[in-house]
Design a protein around this ligand. Structure first.
Ligand SMILES: *Cc1c(COP(=O)(O)O)cnc(C)c1O
Length: 401
């Protein structure tokens, strides 16, 4: 999307506003399927939690993808957006048996990552096919908050517990149709990922009647020029080779599944904000914008660095700014960063604002959550209204005092 289009959207829908380019999502989806084109049965389940707007879900359904969900509410949103239950997989962590049963009743594929729950579910529903989330204990993540493979992680069933896992399956006579892993975000080293996949194959071999193997996600996308990213094409080539070998030994062609979130939507997103004020202190020039960690918390939560461009002055001279929010706490988006000269009222665009951005927005400081716009077929479509004052009060009850 070009600057002119983004500026027009900020003008038409106000700021701050999230904008998503559907065509970029499509490109990423096609890139991933192309990288694994030699796999006959490939399934891409988009991880809904990255960006769950129902129009985005509808678009992704149209692309042919399935849906990866982590809560019954995400399952319901997926169904609402048009996904059939057979195309949804549910990979919760730490939820109740009751919720898992409720989702299974909807016809959605269940993925269980807890032996206690597995035993209870298998005892009650031996005929409902279940996928098992394995923890191969591989640290693939770039940040401890999103690395889920280490030994004390709460995610998955440890490979060291495979004997107990097999015993539970045998005792309950339950049906296991898939093996899954998701080692955490940001795969920087394909070798590490392939190593984890070998561990998963070893576990998979011990189960009969598998229909799929799910490698989760963690594809790293670039956040700035020349940034490291997962080489999907190389991964495709190398994993495909190993997968074919597995299927041959296993004696059956199973489905290869992935569940990318960030890879599909991160780069499609722009967060457009407006500069309220420029403030100089003894050491710093601040650009103070009309948002804060209430709308975009990744920089504060994960130290993520979203590139920021002044789209109101694309050819301006570059100067150093610290871009900060309006929240009454420290909320620094960028520290002493080169940005084209900023004037009050300019529109700053944050890049990579598609994944885990709007979804983590809150009403802190009693601000309204922003609008969302989907750019599709060369047109801007409002897909979520900006909140209004009534949204702040609608669930509250003013009591008589
Ligand atoms: C969050 C999540 C994903 C998506 O991860 P990305 O890094 O956004 O691709 C996939 N699978 C599971 C189980 C998840 O929890």
């Amino acid at each position: 999307m070009n600057e002119k289009t983004l500026l027009q959207i900020a003008k038409d829908y106000g700021s701050p506003v999230y904008v998503y380019d559907a065509h970029k999502m499509e490109d990423q989806y096609n890139r991933l399927t192309a990288a694994f084109s030699k796999v006959n049965k490939l399934k891409i389940n988009y991880a809904a939690k990255a960006l769950t707007n129902i129009s985005v879900l509808k678009f992704i359904n149209k692309l042919g993808a399935g849906l990866d969900t982590v809560s019954i509410q995400e399952v319901r949103l997926g169904l609402h957006a048009g996904f059939v239950p057979e195309k949804i997989i549910y990979t919760p962590n730490g939820v109740s048996l009751e919720e898992i049963e409720e989702v299974a009743k909807l016809g959605v594929q269940i993925n269980i990552d807890n032996l206690s729950i597995l035993e209870q579910f298998g005892t009650k529903h031996p005929n409902t096919p279940v996928c098992i989330r394995i923890n191969p204990h591989i640290m693939a993540g770039g940040n401890t908050n999103i690395s889920v493979g280490h030994i004390d992680s709460k995610f998955g069933i440890s490979i060291h517990q495979t004997p107990l896992l097999l015993r539970i399956v045998k005792n309950t006579k339950m049906t296991i149709n898939g093996i899954h892993m998701h080692t955490g975000s940001d795969i920087l080293d394909i070798g590490v990922f392939l190593y984890a996949s070998e561990i998963l194959f070893d576990v998979a071999r011990q189960f009969e009647g598998l229909e799929f193997i799910d490698f989760g996600s963690g594809f790293k996308v670039p956040y700035k020029e020349n940034d490291i990213e997962t080489n999907i094409e190389e991964l495709g080539e190398k994993l495909t080779e190993r997968f074919h070998k597995f299927c041959k030994n296993y004696g059956k062609e199973v489905t290869l599944a992935f569940e990318p979130g960030k890879f599909i939507v991160s780069e499609s997103g722009y967060f457009l904000t407006s500069v309220n004020a420029i403030k100089q202190t003894t050491s710093t020039v601040f650009a103070q914008i009309d948002t804060g960690f209430n709308h975009l918390i990744r920089p504060m939560l994960y130290g993520s660095q979203h590139a920021i461009e002044n789209i109101s002055n694309p050819n301006g001279k570059q100067r150093f700014y610290s871009v900060v929010g309006y929240i009454c706490e420290t909320d620094t988006f960028a520290n002493n960063q080169r940005i084209n000269e900023i004037t009050e009222g300019d529109i700053l665009a944050f890049k990579n604002a598609g994944a885990y951005c709007f979804m983590m927005a809150s009403n802190y400081n009693s601000r309204f959550r922003p609008a969302e716009v989907l750019w599709y077929n060369n047109n801007a479509h409002l897909v979520r209204k900006r909140e209004v004052f009534e949204d702040l009060t609608k669930n509250q009850i003013l009591i008589d005092l």
